[in-house]
Every structure is written in structure tokens, then in C-alpha cells.
Design a protein around this ligand. Structure first.
Ligand code: PMM
Length: 277
């Protein structure tokens, strides 16, 4: 069964009232809700990677995420840390995170792969071509699927030479990162090719702009509820393509979509006794 990774963004704009401790408490409460909705992994991040987002100093990032990682680990939840910084990755693993989720695949911080190699954490390696401020400027491809696969193979080799065993690696096509609308759909259509490479595959489509562009002439017309429904559909289709996990905001909706898709595949209701939750 495809796993669900619930998104826990600990950035000042992600929860209403600001203030570091208020943010941490709200993030922990949010994560526990996602767990109750069926999240298998909680992905904690303290730096936004949205198009145009500013970089955050690693010490500020750590102030935001470490209390949350600690609290969730103490509550026996499986935590991944969404970071591009080696120092944050190591500190979060020390605080209990089991997966380092680097959307840049080790490119943003040249020390990250070696730092993760020295821990026992797994690593999710994203396809990435540059920071959010100018990522669409790099969305030039020959064949987008061939290029994404070739570049991810390169990152796999970099991770292996840094000393990370293949069994610890998870590949992510980096939907929305350095890719415009149709390029994302091309990658998703051929997701089975990425799955065929061997390592586990993680996919994050949640609420992303390309979904809104597919739903409405003006993406602003596709509100959060419509984007969440679209995410549940893309996540179910990704599960059919054999991915290991999907990264989503709306865990409840995607969990239902995955259960329905699984029932279809099994030819019977995928009941609570056979589900993992
Ligand atoms: N997307 C975002 C952040 N982290 N991590 C992985 N592994 N894959 C993704 O596609 C991904 C990610 C950006 O989305 P958000 O700002 O809505 O969290």
C-alpha cells in the first residue's frame, strides 16, 4: 500500500498567529491531526520552497523545526525533515527524524549527502535545477522525462559516492520544481519509468499550481478544495504507477482516494482490517 506523507510546514505564514512557540504547538497539533487522518510519515519543514520564496537562515530553520521533530518523535511518529541544509538535516536526525527530504537532491548544500551518509537516516532526493527565485527560468528540456531521469540518475550516483547505500535512497521527480504545467503532466504520465529505476519513489503534487492550471483558465479560480480533490486523484494515479509514498496536505482525502484505488485493484473492498490503519 502506498504510504501517505503528511505536510507539516512550520513557517510563520503557515499558522495564523505567529510567535515561535505558538507555531511549534500549532504544528504539533496539526501533525497529530494528520496522523489521526492516516498519515504514515510527517514531513516537517521550516523553509518554504514555493516559487519566489526567500531563503531562510539555517539557525532560524532549526529553531522552527527541531521542537516539532522532537515532540513528534516522542509521540512515536515517523518524521521526515524537509530541508536543503546539511546542518538542519543532521540536527533533525539527532532529534529523531528518520528521513531527510531534500528537494534539491544534495545540490543546494554540497555537504548534505556526506552529512546524511554519516547518519542512519534514509534520504529523499528531488529533481531540482535551482532555487525557487528563478526556477522557471531553468525549465528548458529536450525530452523532459528523459532529462529528469538522467539527472536523477546523476544524483543517485552522487549519493552512492558519498556513501549512502541504495536501499536508503528515495527518488522524487520534483513536481513543480523547474517544471512548467505540461512538463509536470509528462513526468507523471511516465512515472512508471522512474519507478522502474529501482529505488522507492515519492511524489508531491499537493495543491500545486499545475493542478489549478489544468482545472481553470485562471488558476486563482481553483480554490484549495478543488486543488485537494485534484491532489487525491493524482495521488491515486501515482499509487497505481507503483510509487512508495505521496506527499500531501489533505491526508484524509488522499487516504480515501488510495483506499478506493486499492479496492479497485483488489476487486474487493479494502477493509479496515486489511488496511494499515
Ligand atoms: N514539494 C514541496 C516541498 N517539499 N518535498 C518532496 N519530497 N517533494 C515535493 O514535491 C515537495 C517537497 C513544495 O510544496 P509545499 O510548499 O506545498 O510544501
Amino acid at each position: 500500500m502506498t504510504l501517505v506523507m503528511g505536510i507539516v510546514n512550520v513557517t510563520p505564514d503557515s499558522f495564523s498567529d505567529g510567535g515561535r512557540y505558538a507555531d511549534a504547538d500549532a504544528a504539533v497539533a496539526h501533525a497529530l491531526r494528520l496522523r489521526a487522518h492516516g498519515a504514515d510519515i510527517l514531513d516537517v519543514g521550516g523553509e518554504s520552497t514555493r516559487p519566489g520564496a526567500e531563503r531562510v537562515d539555517p539557525s532560524i530553520e532549526q529553531d522552527r523545526v527541531l521542537p516539532v521533530v522532537r515532540a513528534l518523535t516522542e509521540a512515536s511518529l515517523v518524521v521526515s525533515i524537509d530541508t536543503m541544509n546539511a546542518s538542519t538535516a543532521v540536527a533533525a536526525v539527532e532529534a529523531g527524524a528518520r528521513i531527510v527530504n531534500d528537494v534539491s537532491g544534495g545540490l543546494a548544500d554540497p555537504g548534505l549527502l556526506a552529512a546524511v551518509a554519516a547518519t542512519d537516516a534514509d534520504i529523499a532526493i528531488g529533481h531540482w535545477r535551482g532555487h525557487s527565485t528563478d526556477m522557471y527560468a531553468r525549465a528548458e528540456y529536450g525530452d523532459v522525462v528523459d532529462d529528469v531521469i538522467a539527472e536523477l540518475r546523476g544524483r543517485l550516483e552522487a549519493a552512492a559516492s558519498a556513501g549512502i547505500a541504495p536501499s536508503r535512497i528515495i527518488l522524487d521527480p520534483g513536481i513543480g520544481f523547474g517544471k512548467k504545467g505540461a512538463q509536470n503532466w509528462a513526468v507523471l504520465r511516465d512515472l512508471d519509468r522512474l519507478v522502474g529505476l529501482g529505488p522507492r519513489v515519492l511524489v508531491g503534487t499537493s495543491r500545486k499550481r499545475f493542478l489549478a492550471e489544468a482545472l481553470a483558465d485562471d488558476p486563482a479560480d481553483a480554490d484549495e478544495a478543488r486543488r485537494d480533490l485534484a491532489t487525491a486523484v493524482t495521488s491515486a494515479l501515482a499509487a497505481q504507477a507503483g510509487v512508495w509514498a505521496v506527499r500531501v496536505h489533505d491526508v484524509a482525502g488522499t487516504r480515501d482516494a488510495l483506499t478506493v484505488a486499492r479496492s479497485w485493484q483488489e476487486g474487493s473492498r479494502w477493509t479496515s482490517s486489511t488496511r494499515s490503519h
